[in-house]
Design a protein. Sequence first.
Length: 379
Amino acid sequence: MKLPTKWEEAGLPDFDGVVWFRLEVDLPQGWAGRAAVLHLGPIDYRDTTWVNGKQVGQLDHYDTPRDYAVPKGVLKAGRNTIAVRVLDTGGAGGIWGKPEQMLLEAAGEPALAPVSLAGDWRYRVGVALGAAPPPPSLDPNNPHVVTVLYNAMIAPLVPFAIKGAIWYQGESNVGRAEQYRRLLAALIRDWRGRFGVGDFGFYIVQLAGFGDPKPEPGDDGWAELREAQWLVAREVPACGLATAFDIGESKDIHPKNKQDVGARLALAAEAGTYGMPVEAFGPSYRGMKKEGAAIRIEFDHAEGGLITMDGKPPAGFSIAGADMKWVWADARIDGSSIVVSSPKVPDPVAVRYGWTAFMECNFYGKGGLPALPFRTDAP
């Protein structure tokens, strides 16, 4: 394989896993025993590198150039072997920088001309990612290593007083909503047990909108994760929820509007921790009733009535018949309920609202809080 290149462009399309690279370099007598620096450019994403059988470096970052010190006594006159094991876990992989970044450079005096390492390398596929065990973590401070976040960030706080916690997380768990529901509930129980002050308030920010709007409705991992967050807030004692579904940005996973997030969290704390008579939720799904070719949706937290902020019919509803083929639906406000229908579904059985990663929202309670996403076809 002619390096540098991304291996997807050089004979390994759509491959994630381990690939070995090997290059034999002939060096003159002046290199024998000299210390050197091996430059390989960026590697996507984890490499372990040897020179003549001695490991000289390893790194985990996909866009960081590799510059590895080769100790004295490793290089020799004649044939020298460089071996690089590359692990890629998604997207493009390989030794992918620029040709001028790949060279062997002698250290010290007398000066020697660097040796270019760009060009043809032998390669061999080690193992595809799907057939390999989980990769080891090389960095003991990596936040994805079990216990690191707790021991570094929570354990030092346990001796101190606590009144409550706010939780804004979940993007990396999209696609594992059922597991997330169990893990978040377990985390809350664990923290409360360790602080030893009872069920202090725990307030969850429901994932903000993110991604491209869907042309057609259907299943969605972001929506399922939001549902898991809502279920934890509903089922675990002294928990609350502040949705950010309506204030996300389709191209920014970290939306800038945190003012409304803070205001909604404050309402949740006022109601839950301080017992103040405030409404902390927007309309939330209570139940459904079929009415001919339509379905009526009833809501909790809708005592003041329902509104749309732009005066248009409520958007973001979808409906399905027994075949569970979803289509966008028409919706209208009728007092404190919503009537949903579609001419494409004459015999509907289920309704969803906001069941997508991102959408423009206009459906609110009269108190100014947005309706929570929901589906009638699951818990």
